[in-house]
Each structure stands twice: as structure tokens, then as C-alpha cells.
Design a protein around this ligand. Structure first.
Ligand code: AP5
Length: 239
């Protein structure tokens, strides 16, 4: 009985029931933290960057369109992104909430997302703004390696794999992203400042924004982030 009660209270504590948006510049740690939070709450981690990279590697029509744009560090057109997101959200697994990583990135994407969330029965999203010094971003991105199988993220300076070039989790090959070259990173940072940063103000009026110091180590950032997410569990999440 006690065990059942504890299990029930744990289930209640771990239900997210809302959309959470991770907003922040390239290299801020959104993907690293989104994987952890999504696993903890058993909700999907929806990264438009990962979805686009998959489309590129599969050579789909979307991938062919997106590839040169991503290689220049620019944003992929809103209509393509929104179609991809709507399709993904139509799967049943996002009913208990969802973590958006790198989406939305423009005001039109945010406006459309508001309508999509309403159609799926969610209220205003919680937005976590990752704050990291630009010098740190460049350093992190220069050391990032990603698994070609499961997408696990490593950093040769901070979180190296046990065997260089091989994923600890599934043995997949690790590669560097082509858009992590310094000249492309600079373009991505410009795109962030111009097109995505205005979303902070937008969500101050149309949701809730919590600032997160993303400059400390992965574990410390995770602790601070979990506090923010726990405070917001379910509150205004579902209509
Ligand atoms: P996307 O894949 O979304 O890239 P991004 O937003 O630029 O972010 P990153 O993935 O580079 O960084 P992150 O914050 O996830 O950092 P990570 O956790 O990996 O988008 C790529 C492209 O796709 C865009 O440029 C655009 O062309 C297109 N696109 C995607 N979405 C779009 C949209 N909605 N609309 C239009 N176009 C879109 O960490 C980085 C490194 O730092 C890793 O090595 C990690 O191990 C390390 N690290 C993480 N946290 C810490 C820490 N606390 N301390 C030390 N090291 C850390």
C-alpha cells in the first residue's frame, strides 16, 4: 500500500503536462539539457536542428532544401519548420508535455506554435532562456562531437568520450557538425541575435520566461534547470 502510494505520488511529481521551450544561442547547452529533462519526465525532446540533420542525412526533399541554408548558418524557412513540428506533435507521445530545443526561432514560428499548442490542449509555454558568455560558446562548439547513431553530445574539453571518436552509449561513430566551423558559428550567432532573441520579449508577454545561468558545468546547470522546471510542473500547462 505504502509502495503504491509512493509510486503514485512520484508519478504525480514527475508529470510535466506543459510545453517547455529552451531558448539560447548556439552552444548554450540546450540539447545537452533537453535530453536529460525529457528523459526525466518521459516526454519527447523535440529538436528542430536534429530533425533537419536527419532529413539531410536521409537526403529527403526537406533535407536537400535545408542543407545549404544550415551550412551558411542561416535559418530554414518558417513554413518548412512548422510543417515538420506539426507532423511530429501529431504523435501521441507528446500528450504529457514536450521539450522544444531550438524551436521556435522567429516571431512567426512562435505565433504559429501558440495556435498549435492550443489545438493540442496546452496553455502558454514555459520558456527557459540560457545565458552564456559568447567566448564560452565558441570554445564549447569547437570541442563538440556528436554520435551519428543516437545523437549523444560530447565535448573534448568538458565531457570527452571514454574512447576518442566512439560513443560511450551505443558505440556509434562521433563526428563534428559542419556548421560548428568558426565562420559559420559567427553567422549563427548573428541570426540568433537578430531573429531569435526578440522571442524573449514576445514570451514575457505571451508566456513565462525564466533566465538560467548556462555558463557553469553541466551538472550545476542541470540542478538549476530542474528547479525551474519543477516549479512550473503542470501550472497552466494544460487547458
Ligand atoms: P540547432 O541544431 O538547433 O543548433 P543551435 O540552436 O545553434 O544550438 P546547438 O545545437 O549548436 O547548441 P546547444 O545549445 O544545443 O548546445 P549543446 O547542448 O549541443 O540548429 C542548427 C541549424 O538548423 C540552425 O543554424 C538552422 O539553420 C537550422 N534550424 C534549426 N531549428 C530551426 C528553426 N526552428 N527555424 C529555422 N531554422 C532552424 O552543447 C554545445 C557543446 O557544449 C557540447 O559539446 C556540450 O557537450 C558542451 N556543453 C553543454 N553544456 C555545457 C556546460 N554547462 N558546460 C560545459 N560544456 C557544455
Amino acid at each position: 500500500m505504502v509502495v503504491a502510494a509512493n509510486a503514485a505520488s512520484l508519478a504525480v511529481r514527475m508529470s510535466l503536462n506543459r510545453a517547455v521551450i529552451f531558448l539560447g544561442p548556439p552552444g548554450a547547452g540546450k540539447g545537452t539539457q533537453a535530453k536529460r529533462v525529457a528523459e526525466r519526465y518521459h516526454v519527447p525532446h523535440l529538436s528542430t536542428g536534429d530533425m533537419l540533420r536527419e532529413a539531410v542525412s536521409r537526403g529527403t526533399e526537406l533535407g536537400k532544401l535545408a542543407k545549404p541554408i544550415m551550412e551558411r548558418g542561416e535559418l530554414v524557412p518558417d513554413d518548412l519548420i512548422l510543417r515538420m513540428v506539426e507532423e511530429r506533435l501529431s504523435r501521441k507521445d507528446s500528450q504529457g508535455g514536450v521539450i522544444f530545443d531550438g524551436f521556435p526561432r522567429t516571431i512567426p514560428q512562435a505565433e504559429q506554435l501558440g495556435q498549435i499548442l492550443a489545438r493540442h490542449g496546452f496553455g502558454a509555454p514555459l520558456v527557459v532562456e540560457f545565458l552564456v558568455d559568447p567566448d564560452k560558446l565558441l570554445h564549447r562548439l569547437s570541442g563538440r562531437w556528436m554520435c551519428t547513431v543516437g545523437g549523444e553530445i560530447y565535448n573534448i574539453y568538458e565531457q570527452p568520450p571514454k574512447v576518442p571518436g566512439i560513443c560511450d552509449k551505443d558505440g556509434g561513430k562521433l563526428v563534428q557538425r559542419t556548421d560548428d566551423r568558426p565562420e559559420v558559428v559567427r553567422e549563427r550567432l548573428v541570426a540568433y541575435e537578430r531573429q531569435t532573441k526578440p522571442l524573449v520579449e514576445y514570451y514575457r508577454k505571451n508566456g513565462k520566461v525564466e533566465a538560467l545561468d548556462g555558463s557553469t558545468g553541466v551538472e550545476e546547470v542541470n540542478r538549476a534547470l530542474m528547479e525551474i522546471v519543477k516549479r512550473a510542473e503542470g501550472r497552466d500547462g494544460h487547458l
